[in-house]
Design a protein around this ligand. Structure first.
Ligand code: GLN
Length: 470
């Protein structure tokens, strides 16, 4: 039968109970993607494998053996590997690459009977805050095509915001899930570093990268998080700590810190500030204790992140040499020339900037002045962040200083673009879990998000608070 794509996994389960099939739901998702092609959210749809998987799940439902994600449609950011499917990190250098294996998260999704409908556009190698760095064009904001959807997981955010699929998997190295979630009015969740295996994620900055979901609500966020979280012997940084079932219970009265900087910092949109103040007042009225705090080392957050992330990126991206994967220059003669020309032709300007910056801060003469110093500052940021959690359960802050901006507005000013990440990079520097929730609409008609951060491995509290306090 022909149906409208259900908005959430809960609605999909209802549709199944009313006689729809998983094949109907998947077809409606593929149709919605085609209908919304002008958003440029998808690099590719996977109709064949999606409908094959749908038929398998329908048979399992009949037999009573279907997994917990039956009926759920999911998109994958273009930096996640899915066996026998293309993955390209939205870079020309990976043109033509087909993955011979699946990321652990993809294996777990399929084992739980979700259906993957396609791969989403993103900033090249996940470097960016607006999705304008994709080699395959910008993603358009569903509410205003002239605005950016945020980045780097812009296509992922839009695939959910435009009701194409229930859930999207993205990656968050410095805010790439939470910032586009705030811009598009979706929920975006970055788990604790190490909670979700990074095996099969095309690496950007390995000590920061974390995979996480976008969804319309906390329930779907939690369902998919539980399916993908947990130890994996193929990722030595994945935590052995078991993630118990998350009941999404009301957490009771909490102590919540908020940063004065979130209210006073120049460059903040006054309506974003007003909304944060109203949220603080409302939570107080609900009986929670709100504690003003100082954002540890505010002015050092973005520089520390950009030194360390570019250093790690320069090392991770050395493997794209024109020999083993993707693009090889046709003009090259000999090995050195092949490296040089393939990389020159294959990488876009932002990725080149990061490789150069990262190579510089790691170079013999500058290592101590930049890389080693930034490592020490990161430790202080982490220690100060964790210390705050001796006194409070959660930290509340804006996700972004402003709402979705015009395409082209910041793309010629890298520093202004980097400063957009002021509120998101702390969680990556400290390894803490954080979630962005769509809590208001700005007068300009665009969504505003607020962010909650918890201490490492406190996902159950974070998700429970996200559901009941907002
Ligand atoms: N905007 C940040 C950057 O460009 C974060 C990217 C990310 O989280 N992948 O590095």
């Amino acid at each position: 039968m022909s149906i409208v794509h259900p908005r959430t996994h809960g609605e999909a389960k209802q549709a199944l109970a009313n006689g729809a099939s998983v094949a109907d739901i998947v077809q409606s998702s593929l149709d919605a993607a085609t209908h919304n092609a002008s958003l440029n959210a998808f690099r590719e749809l996977f109709p064949e494998s999606a409908l094959r998987k749908a038929a398998e799940v329908d048979a399992k439902l009949k037999a009573g053996t279907a997994g917990p994600l039956a009926g759920m449609t999911v998109s994958l950011k273009d930096n996640l590997c899915y066996k026998d499917h293309k993955a390209g990190a939205s870079s020309k250098i990976l043109e033509g690459f087909t993955s011979p294996y699946s990321a652990t998260v993809v294996e777990r999704l399929l084992a739980a009977d979700a259906v993957v409908i396609g791969r989403t556009n993103c900033d090249e190698f996940a470097m960016g805050s607006s999705n304008e760095n994709s080699a395959y064009g910008s993603v358009n904001h569903p509410l205003d095509h002239k605005k950016v959807p945020g980045g780097s997981s812009g296509g992922a955010a839009v695939s959910v915001a435009a009701n194409i699929c229930h859930v999207a998997l993205g990656s968050d190295t410095g805010g790439s899930i939470r910032q586009p979630a705030a811009f598009t009015g979706t929920v975006g969740f970055k788990p604790t570093y190490g909670r979700v295996s990074r095996y099969g994620l095309i690496a950007f900055a390995s000590s920061f990268d974390q995979i996480g979901p976008f969804a319309h609500n906390v329930e779907d966020t939690t369902t998919i998080y539980q399916a993908i979280a947990g130890a994996d012997e193929r990722d030595s940084t994945s935590s052995r700590k078991p993630q118990g079932p998350i009941a999404l219970a009301h957490p009771g009265k909490l102590r919540i810190a908020y940063y004065r900087e979130g209210l006073e910092r120049p460059g903040m949109d006054p309506e974003v500030v007003k909304h944060l103040q109203q949220t603080i007042d409302r939570l107080k009225a609900d009986g929670h204790t709100l504690v003003p705090a100082e954002l540890p080392m505010l002015d050092h957050l973005v520089p520390t992140y950009y030194i360390l992330a570019t250093a790690e990126a320069s090392s991770n991206l050395a493997r794209f040499d024109g020999i083993r994967y993707g693009h090889r220059s046709k003009a090259a003669v000999g090995i050195d020339d092949t490296y040089k020309k393939s990389r020159t032709e294959g990488f876009g300007p932002e990725v080149k900037r990061r490789i150069l910056l990262g190579t510089f801060v790691l170079s013999a003469g500058y290592y101590d002045a930049y890389y080693a110093k930034a490592m020490r500052v990161r430790r202080l940021i982490r220690d100060n962040t964790l210390k705050l959690f001796n006194d409070v359960d959660l930290v509340l802050m804006p996700t972004t200083p402003i709402t979705a901006f015009d395409q082209g507005a910041l793309s010629n000013d890298p520093i202004a673009m980097y400063l957009q990440d002021i509120f998101t990079v702390q969680a990556n520097l400290a390894g803490t879990p954080a979630i962005s929730l769509p809590t208001a609409m700005h007068n300009n008609g665009l969504p505003i998000g607020v962010q909650l951060m918890a201490k490492p491995f406190d996902e159950a509290l974070l998700l429970g608070a996200a559901k009941h306090l907002f």
